[in-house]
Design a binder for this molecule. Structure first.
Ligand SMILES: Nc1nc2c(ncn2[C@@H]2O[C@H](COP(=O)(O)OP(=O)(O)OP(=O)(O)O)[C@@H](O)[C@H]2O)c(=O)[nH]1
Ligand SMILES: [Mg+2]
Length: 272
C-alpha cells in the first residue's frame, strides 16, 4: 500500500467512525469492556484510540509508566468517553484493573461477570477480596440493554504471552465463556508489537512479519479464539505526534469493535 492509499484508508475509517450512530434508539452509546493481565496496555489502548480519533496525544486513561510493576495501576472501574467537537462519540470504554494470578489481588472474575451484565457503575473501587455487594451504592440492580457490555475486548501483550500465568488465562477464558453465553461479541487486541519484532517499527511490515504471526497464533491458542479475532496494535506510549501506520491499526481495531458492538445491540433489540 502506498502512503496515499493509507491516507485514504485512514480518512475513510475516520469518516465512518465520526458519522457512526448506534442503530437502536434504546442504546445511545455502546459499552466496550477492556480486560487483560496487569500492564498489558489496556489503559494505553484507550488513550491510543483517543489519540487516533482526535489527531493529537492524550493521556487521560493514565497509563502507568513504571516498568516492572507487579500490581495494577488502574484500581477503579473507570468509564472513558472520547471528545468529539464539543460533544462525545457514541461509545465508551470501561477500563478496569488488571487480572492477577491470585484472585485476591486483582479484579474478581465474579465482578467482571457483573460488569458484563451491567451491574457495576462508573467509579466503583474494586475490592480484591470480595465481589461487589448488591447494597453497594455503585451496584445497579436492574440493568437494561443500555447498561450491559456490548463488546468485550481482551488485551494481551504480544511480547510477554508466554509469561502470562495460566491462572490469568483461565480467568480470561471464564469471562469470555460467560460473554459467549450472553452472545456478547469479543475481540483480542495484541499490544506491544514493536517489542515482538524490531522490523515492525515500520508498521507497514506488520502483516508480513513471521514473528508477529507466530505471536498472534499463540494468542489464538492460549485464549482459544480464531485467528480473525486477533487485532495487532502498537499503542501510543512515548510518541507525541500521530503516526499514520499506528493510527491505521488502531482505527481498524475500533472499526471492528464498533461494528460488532452495534450488531449485538441491534440483534438484542430485534430479539426482544
Ligand atoms: N513498547 C510498547 N509499550 C507499551 C505499549 N502499550 C503500552 N505500553 C506501555 O506498557 C506499560 C503498561 O501500559 P498500561 O496501559 O498502563 O497497561 P494496563 O493494562 O492499563 O495496566 P494496569 O492498569 O496496571 O493493569 C506502560 O508503560 C505503557 O506505556 C505498546 O504497544 N508498546
Ligand atoms: Mg490500566
Amino acid at each position: 500500500m502506498t502512503d496515499e492509499d493509507s491516507e485514504d484508508n485512514k480518512s475513510n475509517m475516520l469518516r465512518k467512525l465520526n458519522e457512526f450512530m448506534p442503530g437502536s434508539a434504546e442504546v445511545s452509546k455502546l459499552n466496550i469492556l477492556i480486560h487483560g493481565p496487569i500492564g498489558s496496555g489496556k489503559s494505553s489502548f484507550v488513550d491510543s484510540v483517543k489519540t487516533a480519533l482526535q489527531g493529537h496525544n492524550t493521556t487521560s486513561a493514565l497509563a502507568d509508566s513504571a516498568a516492572g510493576k507487579s500490581h495494577s495501576f488502574t484500581l477503579k472501574l473507570k468509564i472513558h468517553r472520547v471528545k468529539k467537537d464539543g460533544t462525545f462519540y457514541p461509545f465508551v470504554f470501561t477500563d478496569i484493573m488488571g487480572l492477577e494470578p491470585d484472585e485476591s489481588k486483582g479484579v474478581q472474575t465474579e465482578d467482571m461477570i457483573k460488569i458484563l451484565h451491567g451491574h457495576i457503575k462508573d467509579g466503583y473501587t474494586f475490592n480484591p477480596v470480595r465481589s461487589i455487594a448488591d447494597y453497594d451504592p455503585k451496584y445497579l440492580s436492574n440493568p437494561s440493554l443500555k447498561d450491559k457490555v456490548h463488546c468485550l475486548v481482551s488485551v494481551l501483550p504480544g511480547d510477554k504471552l508466554s509469561l502470562i500465568p495460566e491462572e490469568v488465562i483461565k480467568r480470561m477464558r471464564d469471562v469470555r465463556k460467560k460473554a459467549s453465553d450472553l452472545e456478547i461479541p469479543q475481540v483480542v487486541i495484541m499490544t506491544m508489537v514493536d517489542k515482538v519484532c524490531p522490523l515492525v517499527k515500520n508498521l507497514s511490515k506488520i502483516y508480513t512479519s513471521r514473528k508477529v504471526k507466530e505471536k498472534m497464533e499463540e494468542c489464538c491458542h492460549r485464549l482459544g479464539v480464531p485467528m480473525n479475532c486477533i487485532l495487532p496494535v502498537l499503542n501510543y506510549h512515548e510518541q507525541i505526534t500521530n503516526d499514520l501506520n499506528m493510527d491505521l491499526l488502531i482505527l481498524m481495531a475500533m472499526t471492528n469493535i464498533i461494528q460488532f458492538a452495534n450488531d449485538y445491540v441491534e440483534d438484542q433489540v430485534y430479539a426482544e
